[in-house]
Design a binder for this molecule. Structure first.
Ligand code: C2E
Ligand code: CA
Ligand code: CA
Length: 715
């Protein structure tokens, strides 16, 4: 305890003896007598001088002459006693034998420790001085020690009083001897409530159920070891509970006690619990997050594996959420997600788990299920609940939901397996037209697997340039003149041979691989168009199919511009074929994209017209050049008056709007003749040619004579 020690003054090496006498000869005699003692001698010839010396030095003993002119010895003694510094300094009065008995008494009463009458025996005086100085030395030491102890005690007390940790001293009998203020505060009481009480009374069982002598506290104490408990619970005086970490160390043996330090762990534990719960909850909805759901499913699976029960995982995806989020803003989107979360929760049983595991994707875990059909009922209810009219910020809109269901153990045995299966089933539900639920089936799994394989080989094909382009000619029905070609994609599979685009284009789209191919198609097609122009004339048109994903890409126009520039082509010679569904996916974006295409100057055709929304209304809003009647109508129109009516209506419509109309899939002379009669402009189909390699396309006649056409060829 360095602080405590520094407060005590050091003792002088040799003590100072002050001799006071107004007569010089007396002083000299004293000096001669006392010079060689175990002390340092100081002389003063007046009371004033003596007091000055007393102020300047720590004087151990004063030999004080009683009779002095001015300030006499008694007065000096009185002043010394009035000063705390010299209050206890011993004084020996020296006086002539002639002094009266009264003077002696007076001397003692002013604080003298002794009285020496002249003449005196020098050796007796030396002894007196010696013993008084020793006494004074001891007194000084004792004082210093007391001071030191006092300061050490104050220091310890302040440490104990100010420590943030609870500190107890517990006797070997298990009773609390001392408690510091922090401990009292932690236990919601006063120090006095604790002192004398049993330590175990404040501890929660089962830490020491068998009494003090069997408690680990006592057993460790006996062995002289420290006992630590990281997760103990203390009972407060108000009946509450406090999580603490405890350590109990024995004090030195003679104390027969131990010191117990208690660390308040409630903040740490709360923080811990908070972090734990943050890690598994979704901040927006307060539901579980993906991690939380994983955990819930994991523990549920572990539990039921033994009981043979069934659980179902529901995977719910909102239909149309993205649109609302994009158009009404993220605040509204967030509100909506919160509301949906509440609705879903209300519809589940309290012990079912519900999570939001992605933007607008929710999962539910239905525990303890009797039949898979029960899961279907819940799914139906969820869809119904979500698919109502919602009003947020004064705006009305409808949402929808698609749900996939996977049951344990049929559809998967692991957390990942079940989630994947439910996800897959959800996609099937969406594909089937939304607002539906689907159970996962093995067939789905098979499809997913072959899809994976297909995807893999598509990636290969792109790297190995296994794709080729074929060109199908289009002819003007009236004049028989070649209008141009539609470029069609083929995959030359090493084993399977030619693969039709219907098989792989959707997958290319889903995986966005289409973007890597599209650029190549543009460049290759543009190069071929340059060759067609040389062969057939400058007005040849090349039709390029643009898939919905491609149509949605912002860089489409820039890509087209680049190929046009690279091959010195007129924009009007390129025709972009887009399906109705591609146009309808996002009307705002469609408007903008069509405007850009128009500014670029390429032609725009609607492909497979009549099959999609068949909404003639939108035709007025979009600026187009060409309608391509879907080949199903052409195939059926001669047998089905309905289809014939559709075809002639489209032709009329096109004429009114000033659009070119192309009939696709014309396979017979009868179809051609019917179309000519109904003033359709252009035909394309096996009647003339399927998609053929570029070299074959270059051999096409620029002008057809319909009557000499050979039997239709098929691809
Ligand atoms: P589509 O744009 O409607 O293309 C016309 C399809 O009809 C082609 O099939 C063509 O071979 C076929 N066809 C032409 N004439 C006849 C006929 O007289 N009878 C019959 N039964 N069929 C005929 P294909 O080449 O299998 O292409 C299928 C679809 O794949 C295309 O439909 C188009 O949507 C897409 N596609 C083809 N090539 C590309 C491409 O390069 N890029 C993109 N994005 N999609 C493409
Ligand atoms: Ca097409
Ligand atoms: Ca078509």
């Amino acid at each position: 305890m360095a602080q405590a020690q520094s407060k005590t003054a050091a003792l002088p090496a040799k003590q100072v003896l002050l001799v006071v006498d107004d007569r010089m000869e007396n002083l000299e005699a004293m000096q001669a007598l006392l010079e060689d003692g175990e002390w340092q001698l100081r002389c003063a010839s007046s009371g004033e001088q003596a007091l000055r010396c007393l102020l300047e030095e720590d004087v151990g003993l004063v030999l004080l002459d009683v009779q002095m002119p001015g300030m006499d010895g008694f007065e000096v003694a009185r002043l010394m006693r009035g000063n705390p510094h010299t209050r206890l300094t011993p004084i020996i009065f020296v006086s002539a034998i002639a002094q009266t008995h009264d003077a002696v008494l007076r001397g003692y009463s002013t604080g003298a420790v002794d009285f020496v009458l002249k003449p005196f025996d020098p050796s007796v005086l030396r002894h007196k001085i010696q013993s008084l100085l020793e006494h004074e030395h001891n007194r000084f030491e004792l004082q210093a020690l007391t001071l030191q102890l006092e300061s050490a005690r104050a220091f310890n007390a302040s440490v104990l009083a100010n420590a943030a940790e609870g500190i107890l001293v517990v006797g070997e009998d298990g009773r609390i001897q001392y408690a510091n203020p922090a401990m009292a505060q932690m236990l919601e009481g006063d120090v006095s409530d604790m002192e004398g009480a049993e330590l175990l009374a404040f501890l929660d069982n089962p830490l020491c159920a068998d009494g003090w002598l069997h408690s680990e506290f006592y057993l460790h104490f006996r062995r002289g070891a420290t006992y630590r408990v990281h997760e103990a619970m203390m009972r407060t005086l108000k009946g509450g509970c406090l999580p603490v970490a405890l350590s109990c160390s024995p004090l030195p043996r003679q104390q027969h006690a131990m010191v117990v330090i208690a660390l308040d762990m409630s903040v740490v534990r709360n923080l811990h619990a908070q972090l734990e719960s943050q890690a598994v909850t979704d901040a927006l909805t307060g539901l579980l997050n993906r991690r939380g759901f994983h955990r819930a499913l994991e523990s549920s699976l572990a539990r039921i594996e033994r009981s043979g029960q069934r659980v179902a995982v529901l995977y719910l995806d909102l239909d149309g959420f993205k649109r609302i989020n994009d158009s009404l803003g993220h605040d509204v989107g967030d509100q909506l997600l919160r509301r949906v979360g509440e609705q879903l929760k209300a519809c589940l049983r309290p012990y079912d788990s519900l999570a939001r595991i992605g933007g607008d994707e929710f999962t539910a875990l239905l525990d303890n299920l009797n039949h898979p059909e029960d899961a279907a009922k819940v799914a139906e209810k969820l869809i119904e609940l979500v698919s109502v009219r919602h009003t947020l910020d004064g705006v009305d809109f409808t949402l929808g939901a698609s749900v996939g269901i996977a049951c344990f153990p049929e559809c998967g045995q692991s957390v990942e397996g079940l989630l994947r299966a439910a996800d897959m089933a959800m996609y099937e539900a969406k594909r089937a037209g939304r607002q539906q639920y689907r159970f996962f089936s093995q067939e789905m799994n098979g499809r997913a697997r072959s899809r994976l394989m297909l995807e893999e080989s598509l990636r290969h094909a792109i790297e190995n340039d296994d794709f080729v382009l074929v060109y199908q000619p289009q002819f003007h029905l009236g004049t028989g003149r070649l209008r141009g070609f539609e470029v069609l994609l083929r995959w030359q599979h090493r084993v399977a041979g030619i693969v039709a685009p219907n098989v792989f284009i959707p997958l290319l789209e889903e995986t966005r691989l289409i973007n890597r191919l599209a650029d190549w198609i543009f460049r290759e097609g543009a190069m071929q168009l340059a060759a067609f122009r040389q062969q057939f004339g400058a007005d040849m048109v090349l039709s390029i199919n643009v898939s919905p994903v491609q149509f949605g890409m912002p860089q489409l126009v820039a890509d087209l511009q680049r190929v046009l520039d690279a091959h010195g082509l007129q924009p009007g010679q390129l025709e972009v074929e887009v399906t109705e569904s591609a146009l309808m996916q996002d009307l705002e974006l469609t408007q903008a994209q069509l405007r850009h295409l128009r500014e670029l100057g390429v032609k725009i055709a609607i492909d497979d017209f009549g099959t999609g929304y068949s909404s003639l209304a939108y035709l007025r809003h979009f600026e187009l050049d060409t309608l391509k009647i879907d080949r199903l109508f052409i195939a059926n129109m001669l047998d089905s008056p309905r289809d014939a009516a559709v075809v002639s209506t489209i032709i009329d419509l096109g004429r009114h709007l000033g659009l070119e109309v192309i009939a696709e899939g014309v396979e017979t002379q009868a179809q051609r003749e019917w179309l000519t009669r109904h003033h359709c402009n252009i035909m394309q189909g096996f009647l003339v040619a399927p998609g053929v390699p570029a070299s074959t396309a270059m051999q096409m006649p620029a002008q057809l004579d319909w009557s000499t056409l050979p039997q239709p060829r098929s691809p």
